[in-house]
Structure formats: structure tokens, C-alpha cells
Design a binder for this molecule. Sequence first.
Ligand code: RUB
Length: 358
Amino acid sequence: MNPLDAKQPSYDSVRAVQWLDAKLRLLDQRVLPHTVSYLDIDSASDTAAAIRDMVVRGAPAIGITAAYGVVLAVRQALTHDPQNWQTRLQADIETLAASRPTAVNLFWALKHMQSCIAQLPAGTDPVNALLAEAQRLHQEDIAANQRMGELGAAFLQQGGKDCALTHCNSGALATGGYGTGLGVIRSAYAKGYIRHVFADETRPWLQGSRLTAWELVEEGIPVSVICEGAAASLMREGRIGWVVVGADRIAANGDTANKVGTYGLAIMARHHGLRFMVVAPTATIDMQAADGRAIPIEQRDASEVLGLGGKTIAANGAQAWNPSFDVTPAELIDVIVTERGVVEKPTTAAMAQLMAGQ
Ligand code: RUB
């Protein structure tokens, strides 16, 4: 893959999750952008720790990582107890499920892999069969992102403005590759519909300034990082047509949990007459959650807010409130883009119709 091929730029050079030499290889997102290093993982417990500690993050990437984690768990269980491997496996699946609570893709992937295990034909090598399934999910995610890129870019073409604003990182780093929200931005840039991207820096983890900006610079797509506090003024300048974000879980009525700060952007976008797009594969839609109130919101350690880069910044003795996500009500969302199609002005009925169509 040569992303910077002068004749045909693919804008698609980044892969955060790989299966290499019978191990799971993760690009360590805690130290990007100034250090590019990889972790090789060969156990389910180390996979769960990598998700919990944000070596890998972003809803679809967490799901794909968990699917590979199940492959590692099966291999370990077969080595230690070939007769009762399925019983031993259960504990590892529970450890993976406990790694992070909000992104539903994690639970979707674990359920999917468990149902594959239940249906393994007699005489099949479980490790090979499950690895093939994890790799299929991974490839399907990339294909879904490319499809969403096409569908979403068409809306940006109609936006009439040549800049878009995004929050957090919904790019190749957050997915199997290409990205959800950032996939739409990649696609729109490749087609000439936008010329510039603004990225919220995204406190406290700085996914915007560290990860989104890194991905876009890698691809040669012009990006300006803004403090979240500058977003309203930027909108008032009139250069932005669309706010484009990913999602960690979408409820049955279209309410969307995404990185904390997304809700505020949606309110500001509505106030300034901009449009607001959520881009996510159907694996991110949780039809069991009737609305956003049913989505569990991860609370992370206060130290993430009180410090930066391992150094305390806030006054000693201050406390912090650190919800990692917030819920944007469906009525503030203009369009949800999925690999199965788009839902404009999402409602429970429209979401059900999308999910019923195959
Ligand atoms: C990730 C985050 C991303 C979403 C949506 O949070 O909120 O914006 O995952 O993007 P974290 P995508 O960094 O805490 O995991 O749909 O591509 O995951």
C-alpha cells in the first residue's frame, strides 16, 4: 500500500490492528504521534489489558481486537486443557468483556465469536477456523468503512462548504482501517468536496491532536487542531458545512454515545445552522437499548483530567469528573451513515427499518 502514490492517492495507509506471526500486533496509540511502536500480544488477558489501557481504542477497533483476543484465548485453552477447553475459555471471554463498557462493538464481536464456536463442525481446528472468522470481520469492517465513506461524502458535497469539523478519532486507528467519520472525510477529500479538516483536540486523551491529526498528516490531508472551546467561534465563521463524528453505541431511537464533547458540538451545530453526521457500522447499533439512557457511560480515572502526559496540571487536592462519553439526542443528528445505508433525521421507526433490511 502506498498512500502517497502521486497518481492515485488512496488516503488509506494506516492499520492499528494486525495479525502477524501468529500474534496480535497493536499499534500503541498511547504514545502516538511522536513514537510509533507496536505491541505483540499472545494472550487474552493481555488483549483485555490493551483495550482497557487504550493501547487500542475506538469502537470497531476494540471489537476486532476482541475477536482476535478470542482466537488467542482458544489457543491457550486448547494448550492447557484440550478436553475442556470451552469451559476454560469462558473466563477469558469474561475478562475481555470487562475491559471497557461503552463501545457495543466489543460485546457484538464476543457474541459473534461465541456463536461461531458453538457452530464449529466436528473435526475442525478451532484456532484456524476462528482466526479465519476474526480476519473476515476485520476485512468486512474495512469494506464497510469504504462504503460509508462513499455514502457520507455525498452529503458533504451538498454542504457547499469546503471544511469539516471532527471530534476524537474515528479513523483507521479506531477501526479495522480507513475509518468511520474520518473515512467519510478521507473520501470527501479524495473527491475534492472538502479541502481542510478541523480536529477538536479532544481532552483528556487528545485523540484529536495526537491521533486524528497524525492520520491526516500521514495522508497529506490538511488539518488544523482546535481547542474544543474554539468550536463555537469556528462555526460562527461560516467555513464549516458539516460536523462528522463516529459512535461508540447508537440506541434503537438513534441517540448516539460518542466521545465526551460530541453532544456539545451537536448543540452548537444546530445553533449555527450546520449539519451533524454520525458514521458507524451497524455493529455499533444496539437495538436492545431503547434510547440513550440505556447506554452505560464509562467513567475513567480522575488523573486523566487532572494531568497531562503523566504530569499533574490541576491544583493539588482538586477532584475531577471524567465521563469518557456523552449521548447526543437523535433530534440533533441530521444523518446516521451505516454500511447498509443512511438514516436521515433518525427515529425508532427509521432505525428499525434500516436494521430489518439486509
Ligand atoms: C473513541 C471515540 C470515537 C468513537 C467513534 O473513544 O469516541 O470517536 O469510537 O469512532 P475512545 P469509531 O478513544 O475512548 O475509545 O466509530 O470509528 O470508533
